[in-house]
Design a protein around this ligand. Structure first.
Ligand code: NAD
Length: 468
């Protein structure tokens, strides 16, 4: 992807410029917001397999108009400074759009995790954490990483533990990273949060028939044909929920080593397990080695959930999906976005679509700082109040409440219920604001520009109120 003339960073900057032209903002502030505040490159040695290996890591801080800054850390052999800067900028805009009170940051370690044993990865991750901590690039108050491509709960637990060892008297040390396992200060619902957010985003889009009609679709998600690229954390959870809870049919899955097609619907749980067991999709029922033809096959909704820069000016003309929801960051380049828009494809942009992850990370961080599980204080009080009300109703009407209803309404919300409720609320409200903005001015060409404009207006206001 690195040889593209249109890089990920240049695409993000062009999208920024397009929105900034429509937002009232001074040139100097516009420049200040556009560029990354700082990007650190750290090189560190770890002695493994009887020799010293040097690893290269990055942490870019895009905007500190709110602190801490927030953004994932990916493990990818292709990572470089330009990529993390593009991702950090997207984090600033994403957080502003969904009103998560953070500035934007992103990190990466240039490593292929599949080449290392678990105990080796742990040592590398702990050393990387030390390098980040030395520069305040991991801290509950200043910079809070999270999982991304190639990282998950396990890496976040190692990072949190290493930070705790370095700062044993920091009472809030669990809040130094999010996406941790529940047993290490994590929150229920974080692992699947980004995929769950994709589901909530699509549900809300289908509650806006005017938007959906532009793509030529109508109705609900039931029976809609889905193709997904990347059956990792985000792609797997999104397609699992959409197929098992909304009646959508997953007709194509594209992975690194090929694709799987089944017009009657792919069982994503079974395919996900197969990938875990065998390392890829090869030889699964419906396997095809030409994955490009699956990216461009006929479908209603395409979910690129692997990496950036996969839909470019070279293949955009062949894409037949009516809706593309950007689960990955930056999968569609600026030029491809224009081409797809012109032919009526509805694009639900990354800075909104995959914000479920940072939204639930925000809930986790709040949980860590408050040192109490969400809902702990209210649950039994809700039960007591509901039972009082039920008693009063039974007395008034002289009849007993049906038992099956009673059990459902008496039980107060669990942590997972609250996380889902909060996430659903954020995804619905952000879509509504974005869609209203899009339709408010004929010069705003699409949801992406509307989303970017809202983010920029909020960041501008934040800087202006600081007197900068
Ligand atoms: P992951 O590593 O769990 O999954 C990525 C999947 O894509 C893997 O199954 C991998 O095999 C596949 N893949 C990689 N290269 C591919 C290619 N060229 N073609 C087809 N498949 C390919 O990563 P993830 O956490 O699911 O992240 C995926 C994307 O979502 C990234 O762009 C990431 O920045 C974005 N994202 C992730 C989160 C999160 O919470 N994990 C949040 C927001 C955005």
């Amino acid at each position: 992807m690195k040889n593209q003339t249109e890089t990920f960073l240049s695409s993000v900057e062009k999208m920024f410029d397009q929105a900034a032209d429509l937002v009232g903002i001074s040139d100097d502030l516009r420049h200040k917001i556009k560029v990354a505040n700082s990007t650190y490159t750290v090189r560190f040695g770890v002695r493994l397999r009887n020799r010293l290996y040097t690893f290269t890591g990055y942490r870019s801080v895009h905007s500190e108009h709110r602190e801490p800054v927030k953004g994932g850390i990916r493990y990818s052999p292709h990572a470089d400074q330009s990529e993390v800067e593009a991702l950090a900028a997207l984090m600033s805009y994403k957080c502003a759009l969904v009103e998560a009170p953070f500035g934007g940051s992103k990190g990466a370690l240039a490593i292929d995790p599949s080449e290392w044993e678990e105990h080796e990865l742990e040592r590398i991750t702990r050393r990387f954490t030390q390098e980040l901590a030395k520069r305040s690039l991991i801290s509950p108050a200043q910079n809070v990483p999270a999982p991304d491509m190639g990282t998950g709960e396990r890496e976040m637990a190692w990072m949190a533990d290493e930070y705790k060892r370095l700062y044993p008297s920091d009472l809030n040390s669990w809040g130094c990273v999010t996406g941790k396992p529940v047993s290490k200060g994590g929150i229920r619902g974080r692992v699947e949060a980004t995929g769950r957010g994709i589901q909530y985003a699509l549900r809300e889009a289908f509650r806006h028939p005017k938007d959906i009609a532009l793509s030529g679709l109508s109705g609900t998600l039931d029976g809609k044909r889905i193709v997904v690229q990347g059956l990792g954390n985000v792609g797997y959870h999104a397609t699992k929920f959409l197929s098992q809870e909304d009646g959508a049919i997953v007709v194509g899955v594209i992975e690194r080593d090929g694709a799987v097609v089944d017009h009657s619907g792919i069982d994503v749980d079974s395919l996900y397990q197969y990938i875990r067991d065998t390392g890829g999709v090869k030889n699964y029922d419906g396997y095809k080695d030409n994955s490009n033809s699956v990216l461009t096959m006929n479908c209603d909704v395409l979910i690129p959930a692997a990496m950036e820069g996969v839909i470019t000016k070279e293949n955009a003309k062949d894409i037949k999906a009516k809706i593309i929801i950007e689960a990955a960051n930056g999968p569609i380049t600026f030029t491809a976005n224009e081409m797809l828009r012109e032919r009526g494809c509805l694009i639900i942009p990354d800075l909104y679509a995959n914000a479920g992850g940072v939204t639930v990370s925000y809930f986790e961080w709040v949980k860590n700082l408050s040192h109490i599980r969400l809902g702990r204080m209210q649950r039994r009080d809700h039960e007591r109040q509901t039972l009082n009300m039920v008693d009063a109703i039974e007395e008034m009407v002289g009849a007993k409440f049906p038992k099956e209803h009673l059990e459902k309404i008496v039980e107060g919300p669990t942590e997972l219920d609250l996380v889902r409720s909060g996430l659903d609320d954020v995804m619905r409200e952000a879509y509504q604001v974005m869609s209203a903005k899009w339709h408010s001015d004929s010069r705003i060409p699409d949801l992406r520009t509307a989303a970017m404009m809202i983010a920029l207006e909020r960041i501008r206001d934040s800087y202006n109120s600081l007197g900068i």
